[in-house]
Design a protein around this ligand. Sequence first.
Ligand code: NAP
Length: 339
Amino acid sequence: MSRSIAVGIVGATGLVGETFIQLLEKSEYNFTELRLFASEKSKGRSINFRDQSFACQVLENGCFKGLDVVFFSSGDDISKEWAPKAVEDGAIAIDNSAAYRMNPTTPLVVPEINFHHIASATTPQIIANPNCSTIQLVMALEALKEFGIEEVRVASYQSVSGAGKEGIEDLVNQSQQVLRGENLQPGKTFILPIAFDCQPKIGSFNDEGFCSEEIKIMQETKKILDLPGLKISAFTVRVPTMNAHGEACWVTLNRDVDRATIEKALQACDFISYLPHNSEKSFHSYREVQGETNAFVSRLRKDPGFENTWMMWVVADNLQRGAAANGLLIAQRIFDKLS
Ligand SMILES: NC(=O)c1ccc[n+]([C@@H]2O[C@H](COP(=O)([O-])OP(=O)(O)OC[C@H]3O[C@@H](n4cnc5c(N)ncnc54)[C@H](OP(=O)(O)O)[C@@H]3O)[C@@H](O)[C@H]2O)c1
């Protein structure tokens, strides 16, 4: 007999949390309970879901009791402290933060690729959602994995929504300042004003000069694809676009494969939308992928300078596939087992 599901969202008022709410609202599932959590400043704020109104709560001990699944989207510190408490309360915590991703015992999951990393899907546990730019990269790489991937180089061009609501506010406010001819004011999120500019820094720098986003892509890709020895190098750049991330990728295979075979492999993946080169507009823009769950691959070509190396452009909606939709796809497989 099917049963309804009780769900919590931590960070319900943020960009990722709001995307979760929209996706759950449209989903086929019945929810016996929806518990929404945010910070003290949002306490009591009401949020509509399927013609009902839900008041935001703050986190407190025991607040997850009775929930089957809790989506965490409030940052690393909140997840570190509260995701284990959700598990103690009997829930499965699907965590969008970086807090547990590289923990050896925590599955880091893109469901179409490695759902099997979750040993027992209905057991209370933490399941980590990968970094947004990692997710779209591994989706494209998964299609080519059968040809033996030796090296990956990726340069990302990441929208401000990747930095949350304040990232969007900064871009909007600073763009208006530029267009009104005013002096640019510092924002809350980026080290320099982001309007009409690019910044090769996402997250914090380590001593070697890598930023944390680059480290995440390099480490997480190996874990998800089960390729611990993969040579991978990432360079991440924040660009003044609102939503979606683009990645220029160089993928070196361990053998010579022809274009038709690679295209066939990309076309065979139902989680990839592939656009072959056949016109002046043979590429995907950020606007075109809004609200989509697939990774969009185009501009495939063989690199003339490096043996067995293929170049491509990979774009995806970071709030959907890069965060909430990936989390919900994990949850759906769990819901189906719970129902
Ligand atoms: N944005 C993306 O593309 C993306 C992609 C993948 C993963 N992620 C990860 O997802 C998480 C959320 O990102 P976001 O972009 O949605 O950020 P955001 O728009 O800044 O939202 C942050 C959320 O956290 C809540 N929060 C803050 N302090 C809290 C507290 N003490 N207790 C409970 N909730 C609290 C905020 O509530 P208030 O509104 O009350 O302050 C808000 O709902 C981050 O870990 C981020 O790294 C984001």
